[in-house]
Design a protein around this ligand. Sequence first.
Ligand code: UT7
Length: 324
Amino acid sequence: MPYAKIIGSGGYLPPRVVSNDELAADLATRQIETSDTWIVERTGIRQRHIADAGMTTSQLATRAAQIAMDDAGVTADDIDLIIVATSTPDFVFPSTACLVQANLGAKGGAAFDIQAVCSGFVYALTTADAFIQAGRAKTALVIGAEVFSSILDWNDRGTCVLFGDGAGAVVLKASNEPGVIAAQLNADGSQMKILCAAGNVSFGKVTGDPFLRMDGQAVFKLAVNCLAKSAHEVCKQAGIALSEIDWMVPHQANVRIINFLGRKLGIPDDKVVVTVDKHANTSAASVPLAFDAARRDGRIKTGDLVMMQGVGGGFTWGSVLVRM
Ligand code: UT7
């Protein structure tokens, strides 16, 4: 049975950077108080990239995908599977993956979206791995992409300071050499209320609440516990010890969650990739953007063992172990 090997990666962030100070000044015009100090101390976030009006998830996804394909040395003709993880698709349908396929000039292969919020990329990677292992795809594009700014309530300081926009992508290829070596996904739908955007477009109107709502403390606690358990389980599945992991690439929501998790697992800080300071929380894009950043600056190298972890709305979480 072939492995799914990562042969390329790419990231794309919209050009507009909004610092904490700039955001705080904007919120102050609406009598909403926040500060760079509060945001940095509670989250580690210093800035975020925000898409300009009219910039869509499929556009960000296409840019990241093209960079990943160039990095992998493949063309649109080689791609026989496209999976986009997103909670902010361009349309109800067609899927963002179909729009990306058309933008890239790829034809004929399967293309679909996965909706697992901030766990979306690890869900998509696990799905693409299963397609490749089963012989149903040979070269897959796996993308996490979001214009999360479009579902934020910019009058809710408890959430609007936390998120940003962007896209990250990897190209997976069927290979006899190890690539994805273990994966495990979880969900607990009974926890849906702690993080949701419980709105819908139906009968020509928005029904329910179109904005993201979060019980931050409940999410914080669940995230640390779920990810710690998932890390142990995925390592057990692969028959490796946590100490063998070269790089941990966790979901980038809050540097305090990342630090707690690293400590709980005994993984030293210098093996943990952190981009939340620059990107904020880009939901499904956060893990592939962090992975790509660490690959490009030379930290993640061929042969390294990488653990990627996602957690978020649903409630969903999961881990993927990859040999580079
Ligand atoms: O990707 C999905 C996963 N999401 C997450 O992982 C997020 C998980 N949760 C968190 O990261 C943290 O819970 C937050 C960053 C959201 C909040 O940090 P916290 O330390 O849990 O703060 P808190 O919610 O307990 O709020 C503390 C205080 C409150 O004021 P009082 O009640 O103590 O007077 C809030 O009203 O901070 C206030 N506050 C703010 N103050 C300034 C909340 N947001 C802000 C703000 N600026 N932006």
